[in-house]
Design a protein around this ligand. Structure first.
Ligand SMILES: Nc1ncnc2c1ncn2[C@@H]1O[C@H](COP(=O)(O)OP(=O)(O)OP(=O)(O)O)[C@@H](O)[C@H]1O
Length: 369
């Protein structure tokens, strides 16, 4: 665990970049520092590996004060990833990644073989190893940056806006891979970003900083969305926080309506008599929803060409957001809900989802609309 105990940083010109911060970043978890520009995120991060010294207060890693350690020794146990990757341009990818193992005194062959292994882990197999950084895309360079930080298998990783310089699609891919990797590696990670969506997606817990280096709130993403500490945090988290909070609320227990159904091949008359509001849901032989049918468009029988496949189908094992999306995207306004095997359980309208949210978290549904 990394612990900040009343940590303050005042720069020589008098700027208070970090002001009496107390927080804990638990082992094996991702803690995200987020906040507007200049709120002290990077300064806080760099105090962990002593690239910046605190003016007062203490930082402890697993109970040991970092201030009492030799900075070079300290940094060997701490991987560091920055924006634009910060790779050495005149070294090949494999040699970039082998840097820290070599510094640790590993022989060259072992360091390179470890580097190739980590490159593979971040999705950069063999052929990339001999290239130079300029021969890679921005997203690939960031992966090399992550591989380099992981090469010596440090228990702690500090990451400063590592995915900010790449386009949104690449960024999403990097985020997914990073989460998958962390699932296997269980590093203690402190991750800086100015992007609240990234913080909510990646963080096991999120520390929201405000200008002046003040920690405004430390909470899980779900708590942050459902219960921001004050107006600053609520504003920073965004007006649509209620909607996003639904991603963290389980759908199980939501009351469903039974929905009349037909199968392909049934007659138009059967479909009309089963329909509600002019629509009927079509299932396959395994009770799996196939789409809706507007019964006015039927001639003789229910055929695939008149199926309206619009609308998402939500699993009851998922989140309330999935259920709300299913209701809002359905041509009938009734969201289709299935069990874990994709079999129909029933339907639900958007209003019911919001009622459930309101029962669990009064006030959140208000900011959902
Ligand atoms: N060496 C320095 N001397 C004086 N002031 C500094 C120095 N480094 C940073 N600051 C100031 O300290 C404050 C916090 O800076 P820091 O870089 O930690 O913020 P940040 O939250 O990481 O910002 P950004 O998201 O823009 O990178 C800012 O007001 C900044 O101008």
């Amino acid at each position: 665990m990394i612990e900040f105990d009343s940590v303050t940083k005042r720069y020589p010109d008098g700027t208070v970049a970090v002001n009496e911060v107390n927080l804990q970043a638990p082992s094996g978890k991702i803690t995200v520092f987020v906040g507007p520009s200049g709120c002290g995120k990077t300064t806080s991060l760099r105090m962990i590996n002593r690239m910046i010294e605190p003016t007062s207060g203490r930082i402890l890693i697993d109970g040991d004060e970092t201030g009492g350690k030799d900075p070079a020794t300290l940094r060997r146990g701490i991987g560091y990833v920055i924006q634009h990757a910060g790779l050495f341009p005149h070294r090949t990818v494999v040699d970039n990644v082998a840097t820290v193992p070599l510094l640790l005194g590993w022989d060259k062959a072992k360091a390179r073989s470890r580097a190739r292994e980590v490159l593979e882990r971040v999705g950069l197999p063999g052929a990339f190893a001999q290239r130079y950084p300029s021969q890679l895309s921005g997203g690939q360079q960031q992966r090399v940056g992550v591989a380099r930080a992981l090469a010596a298998d440090p228990p702690v990783m500090l990451m400063d806006e590592p995915f900010s310089a790449v386009d949104p699609v690449v960024r999403e891919g990097l985020q997914e891979e990073f989460l998958r990797l962390q699932n296997e590696l269980d590093k203690t990670i402190v991750f800086v970003t100015h992007d609240i969506d990234e913080a909510i997606k990646l963080g096991d817990q999120v520390a929201v900083f405000r200008t002046g280096g003040i920690l405004a709130q430390m909470a899980t993403p779900a708590e942050l969305l459902a219960d921001p500490a004050d107006d600053f945090v609520a504003g920073f988290v965004g007006r649509d926080r209620g909607y996003r909070a639904l991603s963290f609320m389980q759908a199980d227990g939501i009351e469903l309506d039974s929905e009349p159904t037909v199968k392909l091949g049934q007659t138009a008359a059967e479909a009309r008599s089963a329909a509600t509001d002019g629509w009927v849901l079509v299932l396959d032989d395994g009770q799996r929803p196939q789409g809706w049918i507007d019964v006015d468009r039927l001639d003789d029988e229910v055929t695939p060409d008149v199926l309206n496949r619009g609308g998402t189908v939500a699993s009851v094992d998922g989140s309330l957001r999935g259920i709300l999306d299913a209701a809002l995207s359905s041509p009938t306004g009734r969201g289709v809900v299935t069990d874990g095997q994709g079999r129909l359980l029933g339907t639900v309208v958007a209003g019911r989802v919001l009622e459930k949210v309101d029962e669990a978290h009064p006030g959140v549904a208000e900011v959902t609309g």
